[in-house]
Design a protein around this ligand. Structure first.
Ligand code: ADP
Ligand code: MG
Length: 700
């Protein structure tokens, strides 16, 4: 009896060697995985381009013609085989960087071929590298459908001469033998009103579409199913947690320290901060465990919300911890929070990787006996040796920097699970938030503290450096400070800090002592050294801080009004936005100067232009997702989404996602445990998902 969970090794045409390759490269292990390996697009293979009309902006295309000439040139890395391919309109070069011998044996002149690939422009010439090639005669005979699926393949897979065609062939074999064991995963109560096509039919049509219309239906059904599965699981788990997990109670009557801080604050909380604190308060007085995501742009005052929440815990005899991604940020939070709480009966401690053994021991003791109320730390805080007396609240700052596993450890630190407040300044596009954090409640701080002036952003070319330095000098001479950020060179360990070093020299030639002092911070420095540099800058002993992105998150120096980002084209949008958020924290006008080379890719150009034209983090995050979604156009990348989906796209399928979420919520509200006979099918599906879907949502 064929079972869809059979290993693909035994499928004719696979075998042990390919099975290993498929598993490693494409995560295909079973027949089911193979059938669920959906094409990223379909090409209309009855359509041919004329060679004369090719240009570099085209996606994958087909041409038809013959080779008139082959030549091998270059040596070593530059070695290549070039074939001149011609049709009645002109010629184009087909290029191979490897496998020349194999190609020359296979291809002949004066035979008609169909070439399928992506045209590239190299100076003024168009070429196509490593295309798929098939004899026109065979191509025509094998054409079962005008719509030919394209599967994404890795370089290693291509090196083994496995093409989209090969995959399709294997799927055909698998389909013939196994299709009868594909069973429906959705109940009629969902399928009927949405008019979804049955799963079996959808899988067939996605690989072997009969026409555009059926292909669209297949796509829709499979995307819905994928997004629905995630939503069902998130909301099911959330319901279970709400039913089975009770949380600490922090009633308002005990608010001694909260009230004291409130009346001592040097400024008024913003309306948004007060609203969010109200939401948190109602969470912690319900007897359920809070799981809340707090989104707020850089500088919106999330830390203040965290402090008040931690005081709620302290007032109710529980401890609180705030976990931050970097040492620098931990130090800074510790300093600020200690200052702010200095008159209050609260004990605040810090624990990081560099905490001395002696101090560590004291902290451990105070945590265990309950005398320490608030602990600030890096992930040193989740080490097994750290035990709390009664951990009531955990705040995770700059949450995108932490992995799920790191966060999950916090739960084990308390018998009753602590309330969790996750904070992020990286605005998350709505569709992504629903998918990643669909089981969290969301609060938003949508207002900056009063008196902030929007940061002015400008773009400079490398050779405009004189103007740039003049703008910088203006600010420094007015008593302000500046950050200069350099990207790391990822590829090379030895060159990693080269740009930063060169940059340091170029800045220090112009901004030299005694008038100006420059300090440097980067990831390879010892913590004490970093600390000293930062302290210099914070205390205004230095005017320019040259750094790598270690300062990306959280650092707060209100007197710094200039952020210069060097090689800005090498940063992603969200990173640029985060970096820019380091300035504009006081009442003074602040500036962000993006410096780049002349030659910019289209995407880089779009990114820098967007940075200049808006300071709205949400707008930028939507654009960022769109830009990163580009990858899936040519199948080189599964998708630009930060989580891996088989077929749905968070960039394009927002509407289907909403529908999927509504359906999941509706079903669960009627049948929370999925016990009704008609929903049993979903229960099974859910179990399946348990192992399939990465458990990204749980912070438990
Ligand atoms: P982020 O949301 O980026 O973490 P912070 O919490 O670091 O922002 O706050 C940025 C700055 O704004 C800090 O210097 C903080 O003291 C200040 N701040 C916070 N809330 C207010 C407020 N209501 N009014 C004035 N300043 C505030
Ligand atoms: Mg912050």
């Amino acid at each position: 009896m064929p079972n869809i969970k059979d290993n693909i090794q035994f499928l004719p045409g696979v075998g042990p060697k390919r099975a290993v390759l498929f598993q490693k490269e494409l995560h295909i292990e079973t027949v089911e995985d193979l059938l669920y390996y959906f094409p990223y697009k379909h090409i209309d293979r009855t359509k041919f381009y004329k060679i004369a009309s090719l240009h570099g902006e085209l996606p994958y295309i087909q041409i038809r013609g013959h080779f008139i000439h082959f030549s091998e040139t270059g040596i070593g890395h530059n070695k290549r085989l070039t074939g001149v391919f011609s049709d009645e309109s002109g010629t184009v070069e087909i290029i191979w960087f490897r496998g020349a011998k194999w190609i020359l044996e296979k291809l002949r002149k004066n035979v008609e071929y169909v070439v399928f690939g992506k045209p590239n422009r190299f100076f003024d010439k168009i070429n196509i590298a490593h295309p798929e090639i098939e004899e026109a005669r065979i191509y025509e005979a094998g054409l079962t459908s005008a719509l030919q699926p394209q599967y994404s393949l890795t370089e290693k897979i291509k090196d083994e001469h496995i093409s989209s065609k090969t995959i399709l062939k294997l799927i055909e074999t698998a389909w013939a033998k196994y299709n009868s064991s594909i069973s429906e995963t959705l109940p009629p109560s969902i399928i009927d009103p949405l008019r979804l096509i049955p799963l079996r039919q959808a899988i067939f049509q996605i690989h072997f579409p009969e026409n555009e219309n059926l292909l669209a239906k297949a796509n829709y059904r499979l995307k819905f199913e994928e997004l629905f599965g995630i939503q069902l699981k998130l909301n099911y788990d959330k319901k279970i947690r709400e039913r089975s997990v009770s949380g600490f109670l922090f009633p308002k009557e005990k608010d001694d320290r909260v009230v004291q801080l409130f009346s001592n604050l040097p400024f008024n909380l913003t309306k948004a901060q007060i609203r969010v604190l109200g939401e948190i308060r109602s969470d912690v007085t319900r007897g359920r465990q809070m799981n809340r995501l707090l989104q707020g742009d850089v500088g919106s005052g999330k830390t203040m919300v965290a402090i008040f929440s931690m005081l709620m815990a302290a007032d109710n005899g529980a401890q609180a911890a705030i976990m931050v991604p970097t040492e620098i940020l931990a130090q800074q939070h510790f300093k600020n929070i200690s200052n702010l709480l200095s008159g209050l009966p609260v004990k605040v401690g810090i624990l990081t990787g560099s905490t001395k053994k002696k101090d560590r021991k004291i902290i451990h003791e105070e945590l265990e006996n309950g005398s320490l109320h608030i602990l600030i730390g890096t992930h040193a805080l989740i080490e097994d040796t750290v035990k709390f007396h009664k951990l009531g609240l955990v705040v995770i700052d700059e949450q995108h920097r932490f992995g799920v596993a790191q966060r999950s450890k916090l739960w084990t630190k308390s018998a009753t699970p602590p309330h969790i407040l996750v904070m992020t300044a990286t605005p998350i596009p709505r569709t992504l938030a629903l998918t990643l954090y669909g089981d969290l409640d969301v609060s938003v701080i949508d207002e900056l503290p009063p008196g902030r002036k929007p940061i002015q952003t400008a773009h400079f070319n490398d050779h405009d450096r004189l103007t740039l330095f003049a703008r910088l000098k203006q600010q420094l001479d007015a008593g302000r400070q500046a950050y200069v950020v350099f990207p790391l060179i990822k590829e090379s360990e030895s060159l990693k800090y080269k740009d930063l070093e060169d940059g340091y020299h170029s800045y220090s030639r112009v901004f030299a002592p005694p008038q100006y002092a420059i300090t440097v911070v980067h990831g390879q420095m010892k913590n004490e050294e970093k600390e000293i540099s930062m302290r210099y800058f914070v205390n205004k002993q230095s005017h320019i801080l040259i750094a790598t992105t270690v300062i990306e998150v959280g650092v707060d120096v209100p007197n710094a009004t200039v952020m210069i980002i060097e090689s800005a084209e090498r940063f992603g949008l969200s990173q640029l936005h985060q970096l820019r958020g380091r300035v504009g924290r006081g009442g003074d006008q602040s500036y962000c100067f993006l410096v780049s080379g002349d030659k910019l890719s289209n995407d880089a150009h779009t990114r820098l232009k967007a940075m200049v034209s808006t300071t709205d983090g949400f707008e930028l995050s939507e654009l960022d997702m769109k830009l990163r979604g580009h990858g899936d156009l040519d199948g080189t990348q599964q998708s630009g989404d930060p989580i891996s989906l088989r077929i749905a796209s968070l960039t394009h399928d927002g509407k289907i996602l909403d529908l999927a979420r509504d359906s999941a919520v509706k079903i669960l509200s009627e049948d929370p445990e999925l016990k009704k006979p008609e929903n049993r099918i979903l229960h099974g599906h859910l179990k399946n998902l348990q192992t399939q879907v990465v458990d990204w949502s749980r912070i438990s």
